[in-house]
Design a protein around this ligand. Structure first.
Ligand SMILES: Nc1ncnc2c1ncn2[C@@H]1O[C@H](COP(=O)(O)OP(=O)(O)O)[C@@H](O)[C@H]1O
Ligand SMILES: [Mg+2]
Length: 271
């Protein structure tokens, strides 16, 4: 079996819901795909899988159909745009735990092999600190934490980082500031967050950029139109393009467990 160890795996996560995880992952994925990378989004928000809605469509199947044995992996890879596909996580993976270990191994091997055709795998997680969220974030090479100026977003993201660090040894995080007034305020928010986190934890935080609060973005989302596609010159689209460039430039640091097999084991709760 040949694996493409070049596949880069990233999550978009937060302590709190409604901060913009899906907005950021969908738009960053689109920009990466536009730049010529082959991109897969895995929608792991088990409570509210809605990445497809952001593209004005609805995925036909989810990974649950593969786990139930009614579909092949290729059947559940849903095309969203040029170079861009989606696998929907469905609503849970309880079935996988019931598979015998041979079937489980075969399934995970083929998932890893099929998805190694992508340059990037982006995962939109559920918010919070539930076990499946921690495990998903522990499975990828880069964890992007989205924070907003709301005090509760601060506190909840701190709690998430603390648990990922203490329980899963994740020691490097990318920070994206969303719904800020402007870039200066975004950077200030990052600095403030960094001060708090580094007072108590030994982790590296890398600033990836900020996205302004933008009524055009809100409207585009509401109309199920991807802002980066339909209004590429809006302030938020430009900010998202800059963040995408940062992601393209920056080195993936957590290479210790970069394999796709490891990732799928963690994502499907087998590990
Ligand atoms: N930069 C922004 N400016 C304006 N509205 C935003 C921005 N980012 C997100 N939103 C809005 O906030 C809400 C939550 O965004 P969403 O991406 O669904 O968050 P999450 O996936 O974290 O729950 C949506 O209504 C979305 O349109
Ligand atoms: Mg979401």
């Amino acid at each position: 079996m040949s694996f493409n160890y070049q596949t880069k795996t990233l999550s978009f996560t937060s302590g709190k819901g409604g901060v913009g995880k899906t907005t950021v992952s969908a738009n960053v994925a689109y920009r990466l795909a536009q730049s010529g990378k082959k991109v897969l989004i895995f929608d792991a928000d088990l409570g509210m899988a809605n990445v497809d809605i952001f593209f004005g469509t609805r995925a036909t199947y989810s990974i649950m159909d593969v786990l139930h044995g009614s579909k092949s992996i290729n059947d559940v890879i849903f095309p969203l745009d040029k170079n861009l596909s989606l696998i929907s996580g469905g609503h849970g993976y309880e079935k996988l735990q019931n598979l015998d270990s041979f079937s489980r191994r075969t399934l995970l091997d083929s998932l890893a092999e099929t998805t190694s055709a992508f340059d990037y795998i982006l995962i939109d997680t559920s918010p919070g600190i539930a076990q499946n969220v921690l495990q998903t974030n522990a499975a990828v090479q880069r964890v992007n934490v989205i924070i907003t100026p709301e005090p509760s977003s601060f506190a909840d993201s701190y709690a998430l980082i603390k648990l990922l660090n203490s329980k899963h040894k994740v020691n490097h995080f990318s920070i994206i500031c969303n719904q800020v007034k402007n870039h200066e305020d975004g950077f200030y928010l990052f600095k403030k967050f960094q001060d708090v986190v580094q007072k108590f934890l030994i982790v590296g935080l890398e600033y990836m950029g900020s996205i302004p609060s933008d009524s055009l973005l809100r409207t585009a989302n509401y109309q199920q139109k991807l802002i980066s596609k339909h209004m590429p010159s809006s302030d938020s689209s430009i900010a998202i393009a800059q963040i995408t460039n940062e992601l393209l430039k920056s080195q993936i640091r957590t290479m210790s467990h970069g394999g796709l097999q490891f990732m799928w084991e963690n994502l499907t709760g087998v590990a």
